[in-house]
Design a protein. Sequence first.
Length: 240
Amino acid sequence: MPDVGTSFGWQEIAVTFTILALAAFLVTWLVTDVMRIGRTVYIAILSLVVAALSVGYLRWSDMPTGELLSNPLWGVVAGVVAAAIVFPLVRKLPRRPHEAGARLGELLLWEGGVYGIAEATLLAALPVLVVWQGSSENRVLWGALAVLASLIVVFVHHLGYAEFRAPAGRTKLMGALVTCGLQALAFLLTGSIWAPVVAHILLHAQLIMRGVGLPPVETVTTRVAALRVPRAAPRYAPGG
């Protein structure tokens, strides 16, 4: 379990968690839905936001950074196990053509690695750390609350994407909750940031290799193309 050092009161935890959840929603909603920025640039913005939240949390909590990087072996093992559990769900998704060669390598590095690290930290690590900061007694209860906090952040974060708010996106939202919930549990049990990071990178890599587009879905081009489609001439009844 994470060694967070100093414990804080529930008021401080509530304020910090609210800030985290609000940031998790706004970064998706504002950037992808309101500003309609594409996935490549969005990943860079998300990474900067997550880095700022992480630095802010570590300074506020006085938690040594080395604690998060501890137990790398168990962290990697737990990450692989968490990814393997959801692998059958990924295999049920329709396989589509995917990029190859250098372009595939770029996608695996940027959307698999960088994107995976950012989301794992935001969704499966920071919420757990914030709530676990209040654990002094009854570790089982606080552990359950920490995983629940992660699920709440996962939920509001994905609601910022337009495709997850649509009725057709409910299955994808459930998949995100299950996947990230397992990653949060792996982080809680090992206390190692390697667990959610490895699991999330492997998840993104699996999706890329199956040709499944990661969020946000590139809707900008689709909307522009739709505007260019000429409208059909109105039909009139004979003699009208």
